[in-house]
Design a protein around this ligand. Structure first.
Ligand SMILES: NC(=O)c1ccc[n+]([C@@H]2O[C@H](COP(=O)([O-])OP(=O)(O)OC[C@H]3O[C@@H](n4cnc5c(N)ncnc54)[C@H](O)[C@@H]3O)[C@@H](O)[C@H]2O)c1
Length: 326
């Protein structure tokens, strides 16, 4: 009988169907003593839990090389989500451990939030909300999305979802991606351009690339300096794609009108000077946190574990080269 450890904070709590799926497949669920701590698990917390575990379903927990090397029978690391930057995929591959994720399962949730953040920062919704609650009736002048230019950096599952929504606002849609999808571009009226063109021409720039060695710092201070002073930056991808310090500097110098950030290099961003600015809107990495997305992700992650432990090919392998070795 196989044993699975679940460290994702929503699988088994907010959504329970994945537990039923695992139990129906005769898989034992190991006790996670940190379940109610409300924090991602650190390397030190994971190492003592990983022995005797065949599969693990993780959220944003630190599945480092040390954790992977401490495992004695681990065969699958299933990310309950898309970004696998918190997992040492190379170390897993070396050990013949398959890593899986859930592409597309949360793209509607994140694309919705992207529009929520664009509207929130451009129309200053949180500021008006706070003022009204404090008994004031202030007026906040904002900017419209209607027929503006949107620049999407990373036109994958989420970037495409954002592009589809942008059609409703009759936006001019620019995209940047290393793997352009011309058929999709035709369908939604998206034009692929250089990264610099996005920053020079867009009224709203939104980031949707994964955090990889090739995308860390993809958006430089120089790119931010190219933006229109009336433009807004949205980051719901990962903190490292653009540096907080660069965004802070550009915002303080009013080189752009504002930024909306769901993600930071350090989370939670305690002490980050960005939080002191009045031209930003922040959320707490909630991009994927909708009921629908949680269900989709949890079931996809559980099915991946079930498949790998039964010797079947999972739907979304991140390092398919190891399958057959484990
Ligand atoms: N805020 C949140 O809660 C949240 C939730 C889900 C995903 N995310 C982030 O969003 C990212 C994207 O998710 P997705 O489902 O759209 O992934 P995806 O793999 O479908 O799309 C990523 C796109 O980025 C492109 N890309 C990769 N490297 C690039 C580069 N160097 N330059 C330009 N384009 C490049 C790829 O070709 C692909 O089209 C995830 O990796 C994750 O980090 C955040």
């Amino acid at each position: 009988m196989s044993t699975v450890l679940i460290t994702s904070r929503v699988v088994g709590t907010t959504v329970t169907r994945p537990l039923e799926m695992l139990r129906a497949a005769n898989i034992t669920i190991a006790k996670n003593p940190h379940l109610n701590a409300g924090q991602n698990l650190t390397e030190d917390q994971l190492i003592p839990l990983i022995k005797g575990i065949d599969g693990i379903i993780v959220g944003e927990d630190d599945v480092t090389r040390k954790v992977i090397e401490a495992a004695d029978c681990l065969r699958v690391i299933a990310k309950n989500g898309v970004g696998v930057n918190q997992i040492d995929v190379r170390a897993a591959t070396e050990r013949g451990i398959l890593v899986t994720n859930t592409p597309g399962a949360n793209s509607n949730a994140v694309a919705d939030l992207t529009f929520g953040l664009m509207l929130a920062v451009a129309r200053r919704i949180p500021f008006s909300h706070n003022a009204t609650r404090q008994g004031r009736w202030d007026k906040f002048i904002g900017a419209e999305l209607w027929r503006k230019t949107l620049g999407i950096v990373g036109v994958g599952h989420i970037g495409k979802g954002v592009a589809r929504r942008a059609r409703g606002f009759e936006m001019k849609i620019l995209g940047y991606d290393i793997v352009p999808d011309e058929e999709f571009a035709c369908q939604v009226g998206l034009t692929y351009v250089a990264l610099e063109t996005i920053f020079r021409e867009a009224d709203f720039v939104t980031l949707h690339v994964p955090l990889l060695p090739s995308t860390e710092g993809l958006v430089t201070r120089a790119h931010l300096g190219m933006m229109k002073r009336t433009a807004y930056l949205v980051n719901v991808a990962r903190g490292g794609v653009v540096s907080s310090a660069d965004v802070y500097d550009a915002l303080v110098k009013k080189e752009l009108a504002g930024a909306a950030l769901d993600v930071f290099e350090q989370e939670p961003p305690v002490g980050n000077p960005l939080l002191t600015l009045d031209n930003i809107v922040t959320t707490s990495h909630i991009g994927a946190f909708t009921t629908e997305s949680m269900e989709n992700m949890g079931q996809t992650a559980a099915q991946s574990v079930i498949d790998v432990l039964a010797g079947r090919w999972p739907a979304f392998p991140v390092n398919p080269e190891v399958f057959g070795k484990s």
